[in-house]
Design a binder for this molecule. Structure first.
Ligand SMILES: Cc1cc2nc3c(=O)[nH]c(=O)nc-3n(C[C@H](O)[C@H](O)[C@H](O)COP(=O)(O)OP(=O)(O)OC[C@H]3O[C@@H](n4cnc5c(N)ncnc54)[C@H](O)[C@@H]3O)c2cc1C
Length: 503
């Protein structure tokens, strides 16, 4: 059990006597700092391996980002907005919908109800007794000891190995006048019970486009101001352009290559002055949603007391997720590089197994984290999903590949569903046509991508995918068209002919 410390005199952060109170041997095999997706996955894996595990969770509520302020609340809001959008298209499908309205209070109540249930389940899992749960904020006193502080209560936790799974925080990129004027972040936007008449979204990443489209669909005149040349830069440029096209069709104004110059109050509204190309422009809105990024939550951890130096504010880990102190691992948003839940879980599980190898003196058995099947999803409408390499990444890695794509607006089932935007794109290496990447922008992309994840998991080829039976008419059968095209190109001489054609 953790060692309680005597209450420090006011103002002192920790009693000076802590070294003498430290137990002779570490109480735990593994201390996991943070009980979110990565931390919980790590603790569950390690206790399954027979390790004595403690999880330290310092948040006001238990649940982690995904449940409390990330995936689940945002997807709940988006579901309401997308259904509202569908209802507005009722006439197109021969339906008459009457007296349907957006009610933000009810949308929020539904979200809150769902989140409450998910968080309660996570609390139950953490308190089930497979490991010790300690509430409070942890910081390193030395390489084996954590100080855990909750209010005036302080305890020591000693362990042989550690996993830093503290997640991320919203960054405050300096924009002149923005923080003085005030703005929403994703945290506040997710709890909004009013719909601003005019909304400016700063940023063009996944959170910006998801929440931007949510507010646009429930009634805000929305403008997205993005610093880079395109939105959703994690995908290929053709995907970004297609999302821009879809957004424009529903009157979301997307401005790219923007430099924010100044933000100030303007009556009851807020004024943003920005440069777009050579022109200086201004925009007055009722609210601003700041969605320009998050950074690892490492402040206050005092990793330096464990002998770890941060590099530009980041914790460096090797392929086995071990830091420069080989008994301290990291997982999830705290370390990146892909800040999404399934990767946080994969990293947490890998780090836990590697901590066990370390403990048993068998570091040679350590596993390397594998991002070959890295998948990313953006829950806009159309949805975007990718797995493996994008064209941009494959080119940067010097991989010789073939690619083919097929649009949803030429696919029977998508046409029946009234889906006008999007396409499926496959990438295959040239020797045997193994699929090395896929991008889908279109209806149900978040689900459709899983067939391609499965094919890639077993190193399937475009030809094998083309030959797999697909039910008709389904959205899923669309993947067979680019697969066939690539398979045809791989027939003897076809690759040469293709290359000649594109010279
Ligand atoms: C608006 C939004 C939408 C998102 N949507 C999606 C999505 O649809 N799909 C997806 O895959 N990802 C999504 N994400 C990202 C996803 O939520 C995160 O990648 C994931 O939750 C990270 O898990 P984690 O365990 O690394 O961190 P967290 O879940 O943040 O857990 C870290 C925990 O550590 C605790 N902690 C921090 N410091 C200390 C300390 N010093 N001592 C003790 N405890 C500490 C925190 O209280 C927290 O509970 C979204 C994120 C946002 C913001």
């Amino acid at each position: 059990m953790p060692t309680p410390l005597p209450r420090p005199a006011s103002g002192e952060p920790v009693t000076k006597d802590w070294p003498s109170l430290k137990p002779a041997l570490p109480e735990f095999d593994l201390a996991v700092i943070g009980g979110g997706s990565a931390g919980f996955a790590a603790a569950r894996t390690a206790s399954g391996l027979g390790m004595r595990v403690v999880v330290i969770e310092g948040g006001r509520e238990i649940g982690g980002l995904c449940i409390l302020r990330g995936c689940m609340p945002s997807k709940s809001l988006l579901e309401s907005a997308h259904r509202w959008h569908e209802i507005q298209r009722a006439r197109e499908f021969g339906l008459v919908a009457k007296a349907v309205q957006v009610n933000m209070e009810c949308i929020q109540a539904r979200k809150q109800h769902l989140i409450g249930g998910f968080a309660a389940y996570r609390r139950k899992q953490l308190r089930k007794g497979d490991f010790t749960l300690v509430r409070g904020l942890a910081s390193f006193l030395d390489a084996q000891t954590l100080l855990v502080t909750q209010g005036r209560k302080q305890q020591l936790v000693t362990a042989s190995t550690f996993i830093v799974a503290t997640g991320s925080v919203i960054t405050r990129v300096p924009v002149p006048g923005l923080w003085e004027t005030g703005c929403w972040t994703s945290d506040t936007a997710l709890d909004a019970d009013e719909i601003p008449k005019r909304l400016a979204v700063l940023g063009g990443g996944v959170i910006a486009v998801e929440l931007g489209q949510f507010f646009a669909r429930v009634g805000s005149k929305t403008t997205i101001l993005q610093r880079s040349k395109r939105i959703v830069r994690n995908y290929d440029p053709d995907v970004s352009l297609e999302l821009e096209r879809a957004f424009k069709a529903e009157n979301i104004d997307v401005r790219t290559g923007v430099k924010l110059l100044d933000v100030s109050k303007k009556g009851k509204g807020k004024k943003i002055v920005f440069k777009c190309g050579k022109k200086t422009e201004s925009l007055v809105v009722d609210e601003i949603l700041y969605a320009m990024g998050r950074a690892p939550a490492l402040e206050g951890l005092h990793l330096e007391n464990a002998g770890i130096a941060l590099v530009e504010g980041k914790l460096q880990v090797n392929g086995q997720l071990a830091s420069s102190a080989p008994h301290i691992f990291a997982a999830g948003d705290a370390v990146g590089p892909h800040e999404v839940v399934h990767i946080a879980i994969q990293q947490g599980e890998t780090a836990a197994r590697n901590a066990s190898h370390f403990l048993l003196g068998n570091r040679a058995a350590s596993e390397k984290i594998d991002y070959r099947l890295k998948a990313l999803v953006t829950f806009t409408d159309p949805e975007i999903a990718s797995v493996g390499l994008t064209e941009t990444e494959a080119k940067a890695q010097g991989i010789d590949f073939l690619t083919a794509s097929y649009p949803f607006n030429d696919h029977g089932k998508a046409m029946i569903g009234g889906h006008e935007f999007g396409f499926v794109k496959l990438l295959a290496e040239k020797t045997r046509g193994e699929i090395i990447g896929a991008e889908i922008i279109g209806p149900h992309a978040s689900d459709l991508i899983h067939e391609l994840i499965a094919v890639m998991r077993y190193r399937g080829t475009a030809q094998e995918l083309a030959l797999m039976p697909h039910y008709h008419p389904t959205l899923a059968e669309i993947v067979t068209y680019p697969a066939e095209e690539i398979a045809d190109l791989l027939k003897p001489n076809a690759v040469v002919e293709h290359a000649l054609k594109h010279m």
